[in-house]
Design a protein around this ligand. Sequence first.
Ligand SMILES: Nc1nc2c(c(=O)[nH]1)N[C@H]1C(S)=C(S)[C@@H](COP(=O)(O)OP(=O)(O)OC[C@H]3O[C@@H](n4cnc5c(=O)[nH]c(N)nc54)[C@H](O)[C@@H]3O)O[C@H]1N2
Ligand SMILES: Nc1nc2c(c(=O)[nH]1)N[C@H]1C(S)=C(S)[C@@H](COP(=O)(O)OP(=O)(O)OC[C@H]3O[C@@H](n4cnc5c(=O)[nH]c(N)nc54)[C@H](O)[C@@H]3O)O[C@H]1N2
Ligand SMILES: [Mo]
Length: 762
Amino acid sequence: MTAHKKSDAYQHASGGWGSVKAVASVLVKEEAPVATSRVLVHQNKPDGFMCVSCSWAKPAHPHPFEFCESGAKATAWDTTSRRVDPEFFQQHTVSELEHWHDHDLENAGRLVAPLRYDAITDRYVEVKWEHAFAEIARELNALDPDAAVFYTSGRASLETAYMYQLFARMYGTNNLPDSSNMCHESTSVGLKEAIGVGVGTITLEDFKHTDLMFFFGHNVGTNSPRMLHDLQEARQRGVPIITFNPIREPGLVSFVNPQSPAQMLSPGATQISTQYLQVKAGGDSAAIAGVCKALIALDDRARADRAARVLDTEFIAQHTVGFEAFAAAMRDMKWQDIERVSGLARDALTEVAREYAKAKAVIAHYGMGLTQHRLGVQNVRMLVNLLLLRGNIGKPGAGPSPIRGHSNVQGQRTVGITEKPKLAPLDKLAEQFRFEPPRHEGMATVDACRGVIDGRVRAVLQLGGNLVRSVPDRDAIEPAWRKLRLTVGIATKLNRSHLVHGQVSYILPCLSRIEIDERGGVPQAVSMEDSTGCMHGSRGVAQPASDRLLSEPAIVAGIAEATLGAHTAVDWQAWSNDYARIRDAIAQTYPDIFHDFNQRLWTPGGFHRPLPACERKWQTQSGKAEFMVPESLDEDPDLAERSADDLRLFTLRSDSQFNTTIYSHDDRFRGIRGSRMVLLMNERDIARRGLAAGEQVVLETRSVDARTRRVAGLKIVPFDLPDGCVGGYYPECNPLLPLAHHAKESKVPAAKSIPVRIVAVR
Ligand SMILES: Nc1nc2c(c(=O)[nH]1)N[C@H]1C(S)=C(S)[C@@H](COP(=O)(O)OP(=O)(O)OC[C@H]3O[C@@H](n4cnc5c(=O)[nH]c(N)nc54)[C@H](O)[C@@H]3O)O[C@H]1N2
Ligand SMILES: Nc1nc2c(c(=O)[nH]1)N[C@H]1C(S)=C(S)[C@@H](COP(=O)(O)OP(=O)(O)OC[C@H]3O[C@@H](n4cnc5c(=O)[nH]c(N)nc54)[C@H](O)[C@@H]3O)O[C@H]1N2
Ligand SMILES: [Mo]
């Protein structure tokens, strides 16, 4: 790899010619340039398919090319001409494939036929779909239903997700963890407690009415780049954007719109963030506390001077509870502690408070930088506290804006994928389908991993996803995974979780959403919910990678029918032959959200789900929006003794990956090329330890139990970060993340602040 020069990374704004070149090169690399470029025209269009990459809102009046570099990469990745066919497995045993890099496994191409692992030859061999369904059913029926786990990665459609949860419950379990458990579950828990809905309250319309935006811990330039258009438009109206992020991410600094010829030809880029605060990893609760404290002090002064109040006292009195206790806690907080934990100066935070006090309508965007912490739920609650102080919820141009990950992760929760019985409409399902759903709590992702390790879990079905790579404690998970009785991967591409498999193991290849999905000669459509609560139809346009593939609804129907036999009130085959019937069932279960679902499917810009908080109706315990007093500002409440050697590791995504799918080893925006085995560290921390750039080190997690967790061979790259914080890549650093190191209320693994030390140079 090339050594990183600090200036390299930040020479270019995100977007621009680099982006155009990167899209062109990925199309050529995937050997499907012509077909793919035709496909891209339909991406995120009201009558086309919804991008498989991020979940950002899709406008009613799209740009001529409503896609970004990341979305184009994701499309090219799925429409590649390469194939992993049964002959591929004749050439490669599973033991041999285990030595391949994750990138090479997926890069080998699209899976085309259902496969069963054959222990005698150590190969996957082709089977008939009916045989696969029949054996999976036999295996499931031999188990206690609670020994089986039905994981969903956030890409599958509303139709598939609804069928999948119904099947799991009819089979007898609420073990329905999903990727949200590792992602925005801190939002689902925190926002629900605070404002009565577990999702963001803004839509694209609010961008037109906002006066100020906050941006906490989300790397918009690579992870939801289409949003840069909306941010740029707001900036051009003079709306300030205040960013909190340990790294100066190029997309948050400036942007050139690669789809605007005028901008591409002129030298300037739009400055995105007007204030950039390099908060310490895990320092957000402290930083927000600082802003709240300063704001309350401004208000105290205004009151004393009989000047106009800074806080929205009317809103607070009418709509909230807990203000007095919160304000008292903020007044008592010491600036010294706030500065130490956040790494930010009192003056800078006070300046943010002043700016905030001037704005009438404020949106707070955020991502994994807030949610993936031990205090992830508290971080979300603190952000809500800040918004409540000035009535910034339930009015145009204002509200919390959690930026979701996978393209339908929010929607899957909406249609019943949840391990928490209280969040699923069990009575309704019982009545609609005449069965008795299980009422006890199921397993979230970390519980499921714990269950695999201690042997309680015997079967794991994955509807998308790559759990042996994405979850914590890899070194414990991998050997445990091999002891499972049954593993089933419904997937588009070969990944590590197919190689680290159970005794009975199936790979069931499915159509990608980009592909034409015909059932009985009739093209079918599916749907998804974006980050702003809008539902969109999606119809594939590309030729399927193989005629042996089945759609996700057809695969779920096949397994359900084989497992449940004739004992259900669902005609699974009829559903899988006409997805409109699944939508009718969804509409019946959730009439408030999905009434007239089929008629509204193609609403330009999507149809919005009703959210009581948008109308200042609060479905919380108290019936009001709730302030919360932070429990602690300290990110590692359970780490007793500290030393000067301690570092806090946050795991990052590059611009060339989608979660565990690695498109290339480069991270163009951050100027890192050729390797992902790096440790980003600031010059002061490098020097203080007597280390040098380019040296390879071994990182070890500070002990939380008897297990030693290490990753070796991480090359030191000098990077502009706050003191004591280091960055590494997800999933390479996942062996360092302890399963128990998660947010206690939401169980989201604390992937953004892992206490580590450098223990050796190697
Ligand atoms: N191209 C592409 N798009 C994606 C994905 C992808 O992998 N590739 N993944 C999808 C998924 S599932 C998700 S969840 C989203 C993830 O998108 P993000 O929410 O952007 O998540 P990360 O990339 O993990 O990084 C989060 C950002 O938080 C910052 N950060 C780290 N620690 C802290 C902290 O303690 N405080 C603050 N304030 N900031 C911090 C990091 O510097 C980084 O800029 O993107 C989705 N979109
Ligand atoms: N250390 C650390 N760990 C993390 C994170 C982090 O920031 N740091 N982030 C967490 C987050 S936010 C998330 S969301 C999880 C994600 O974790 P997972 O959901 O486990 O992983 P993905 O990488 O999203 O899943 C990729 C696989 O999905 C399959 N796939 C792709 N498209 C489709 C499709 O259309 N249908 C089907 N059926 N399969 C498909 C492909 O085979 C591909 O290999 O990881 C979490 N883990
Ligand atoms: Mo995610």
